[in-house]
Design a protein around this ligand. Structure first.
Ligand SMILES: Nc1ncnc2c1ncn2[C@@H]1O[C@H](COP(=O)(O)OP(=O)(O)OP(=O)(O)O)[C@@H](O)[C@H]1O
Ligand SMILES: [Mg+2]
Length: 339
């Protein structure tokens, strides 16, 4: 009797240990990432400037911020599509810049991207089957009948059917084309997908369908997402955590609910206050915080906080010192001198 009880306790311990390990299972670990572009005459465009974040396996990190703040550059650099200017990107514990040839090849399979524009990103002269099969062919994973079966399976996974394989992209609607883009990204069984505004170009009525498909696939295939978006309501729906970028820097990051309930950085507060609310009574009482001025240029940026010039709380220190990106408790990170 006593031993049986002990066994149960041991099992429970093991279970908790496993859960703890799973919690710590970090797939993407980005440390002080920088991506600068030389834009001539000695000018440097700091598209991503000292950004750090982690994404756990199976988790979705949303990335939001105004146009040009560096979301796409960040996603592409993390995938190894751009060489970083500084910092480190660890994938499953290994620095991607230290991969050997074989590891590099594996990484190109494990990290995939879904693009914003499903019209421009699919080759109009290729059949859907060949578009989806391209990665399978490059990596020589399936051949002949197996290849065909794999393509059919991918089509059904994204809500299309096998008859679609012989058709061309122009024969599909925007939502269907994005499904083809998703099938292509899934073809070689990735672990990590950068979803770069995958729904921005789609009709509002089908945006939710595509997002729900991505959520379903994540559960089924244990995928990890970096989900870049403009639509703050949608990004909350899909993300476990959300990071807010401003002019190449990360200004705030927290669990989705915490970020939306309690935004701390003045920029996040302004961004969130601009989300339309469906309830007219709440909408009437909701105060919109105006965001004045344009996003300044990321070329040779001034020292200090990048948001200083548009911030109503700005003090001297904000123009001189870059605020540290610090945990304010409960993994709620903020970079601000004033809050
Ligand atoms: N290849 C490049 N060469 C030079 N500058 C670039 C390059 N790619 C991006 N940039 C610049 O880097 C900055 C960040 O661009 P990025 O495309 O990452 O922004 P974004 O947040 O994805 O914007 P959007 O929401 O419009 O897609 C911009 O100022 C952009 O002009
Ligand atoms: Mg972009």
């Amino acid at each position: 009797m006593e031993t049986a009880k002990k066994k149960i306790i041991l099992k429970e311990d093991e279970f908790l240990k496993e859960k703890e390990l799973a919690k710590e299972d970090i797939l993407i670990d980005v440390k002080h990432l920088k991506k600068y572009f030389n834009v001539g005459k000695g000018a440097v465009l700091k598209a991503v400037d000292d950004v750090s974040f982690q994404i756990k396996r199976g988790e979705t990190l949303g990335l939001v911020g105004e146009s040009g703040c560096g979301k796409t550059t960040c996603g592409r650099t993390v995938m190894g599509l751009y060489n970083s200017t500084g910092g480190n990107i660890f994938f499953d514990g290994t620095d991607i810049n230290k991969f050997n040839k074989q590891e590099k090849k594996e990484f190109t399979k494990k990290a995939q991207i879904i693009f914003q524009d499903p019209y421009a990103s699919l080759n109009p002269r290729m059949t859907v089957g060949d578009i989806i099969g391209e990665g399978i062919d490059i990596h020589g994973i399936y051949k002949g009948h197996d290849r065909l079966m794999r393509i059919n399976k991918l089509l059904s996974l994204v809500g299309l059917n096998k008859e679609h394989a012989s058709r061309f992209p122009h024969e599909f609607s925007g939502g269907q084309r994005q499904r083809i883009g998703i099938a292509r990204a899934l073809a070689i069984e990735p672990d990590f997908i950068v979803c770069d505004e995958p729904i921005s170009a789609l009709d509002v009525s089908i945006q939710a369908q595509v997002v729900n498909l991505l959520i379903k696939l994540q559960k089924e295939l244990k995928l990890t997402y970096l989900f870049i978006a403009h639509d703050l309501a949608m990004v909350k729906h899909i993300s476990d955590r959300v990071g807010v970028m401003y002019l190449g820097t990360m200004v705030e990051m927290a669990d989705s609910q915490a970020l939306y309930d309690n935004p701390i950085h003045p920029y996040t507060q302004a961004l969130l206050s601009a989300i339309p609310v469906p309830d007219i009574d709440i909408a009437r009482t909701k105060k919109r915080i105006p965001l004045e001025g344009e996003v300044p240029s990321p070329i040779n940026p001034k020292p200090g906080c990048r948001f200083a010039g548009r911030c109503k709380y700005c003090k001297d220190i904000c123009k001189k010192e870059t605020p540290e990106f610090k945990d304010r408790g409960g993994n709620h990170f903020v970079a601000c001198h004033m809050f």
